[in-house]
Design a protein around this ligand. Structure first.
Ligand SMILES: NC(=O)c1ccc[n+]([C@@H]2O[C@H](COP(=O)([O-])OP(=O)(O)OC[C@H]3O[C@@H](n4cnc5c(N)ncnc54)[C@H](O)[C@@H]3O)[C@@H](O)[C@H]2O)c1
Length: 309
């Protein structure tokens, strides 16, 4: 039995990442000796039946149907935001102002202006002892953490060139249904924000440098997709037959960019959620010159497939 002080979590959104976060909050103290004891206190969704069913399945103690209610509750210490990007800024800023710690999923925001407002709110909250972070989960993969340590210890010398690539194939099928991820008003961008954000964060985090300039190409390969009944998750749910009504894809399927780092290094980034070709590559890869590489294959980053060159 732990004697650690409780960390009472209120989570917004309960689909793909909501399930992953629920699992993580529950199991983290079983793997690590944590200074705080996470408790799955309240789950929030917009649909009463849906959120109750999810809370039962995922192990949450109570439910709310409006995230603002979580902020009013004295028994919540931290707000965990697992909703689409168009909701991040409003929820995160209100939560910080209410004195709640915030874990916000990536990409942080859908625009620079939103991200700057969130940063200001986080800085002001930090002065009051309130913590916040963005869910760049790849930072916690052992290979990437080791790469960062090697850079910090000077074992790689001067970083002159970083190459990052993140490919996913789940949109290769042009009948894969619409989800909120393909609607710019909700997601802000497509492959760039959904998976490219991880590559960009990893490159900046490992090198300790900021990207100061960028030149990029964005491309949409599939302009219309079947409208599914429920636009949640990676695949959506609903009728995706040939006669199903189709909706306009308003985000990029692929993004390719070159960038300049604050330390004069260069980055070459590729990210695609709908690569063409029969080999259907998946996975993410990050190399820095001098020689150092991190590579993961498969839809999620397995720790066993790391490589060092
Ligand atoms: N760190 C990672 O590796 C990783 C992986 C996948 C997704 N994400 C991020 O997680 C976030 C959520 O993505 P997802 O894949 O879980 O999406 P999802 O579609 O599976 O789930 C979104 C959830 O948000 C809920 N929701 C939407 N608007 C809401 C609102 N206004 N109030 C309350 N609930 C609302 C939906 O009902 C659903 O439960 C996104 O920012 C995404 O980029 C991060």
């Amino acid at each position: 039995m732990t004697t650690a002080k409780p960390l009472r979590v209120g989570m917004v959104g309960y689909a793909f990442m909501g399930a992953a976060h629920s699992h993580a909050w529950r199991t983290a103290p079983r793997f690590f000796d944590l200074p705080l004891d996470p408790q799955l206190t309240a789950l929030c969704g917009r649909n009463d039946d849906g959120v109750r069913a999810a809370a039962g399945k995922l192990g949450w103690g109570s439910v709310e149907t409006d995230w603002r209610r979580l902020l009013e509750r004295d028994d919540i210490d931290l707000i965990d935001i697992c909703t689409p990007g168009n909701t991040h800024a409003e929820i995160a800023i209100a939560a910080l102002e209410a004195g709640k710690h915030v874990l916000c999923e990536k990409p942080l925001a859908n625009s620079v202006a939103e991200a700057e407002r969130m940063t200001e709110a986080a800085q002001a909250a930090a002065e009051r002892g309130v913590f916040s972070m963005c869910g760049f989960s790849y930072r916690r993969t052992p290979a990437l953490a080791l790469a960062k340590r090697m850079v910090e210890e000077g074992r790689l010398g001067t970083i002159r060139h970083v190459r990052a690539q993140y490919l996913q194939d789940w949109l290769s099928d042009e009948n894969a249904p619409m989800t909120w991820r393909l609607d710019k008003s909700k997601s802000g961008s497509g492959s760039l924000g959904d998976i490219g954000a991880h590559s960009i964060d990893a490159a900046q985090w490992v090198t300790g440098q900021q990207i100061t300039g960028v030149s990029a190409l964005l491309e949409t390969f599939v302009h219309e997709r079947p409208l599914a009944g429920d636009l949640v998750g990676l695949g959506g749910h609903g009728d995706v037959g040939a006669d199903a009504p189709r909706g306009a894809v308003t985000v990029d399927d692929a993004a390719i960019f070159t960038a300049r780092f604050s330390g004069d290094g260069l980055d070459g980034g590729t990210t695609s959620a709908a690569p063409s070709g029969s080999s259907r590559p998946r996975g993410s890869r990050w190399d820095a010159r001098t020689p150092c590489a991190w590579k993961s294959t498969g839809p999620r980053p397995p720790s066993r497939s790391t490589s060092k060159r």
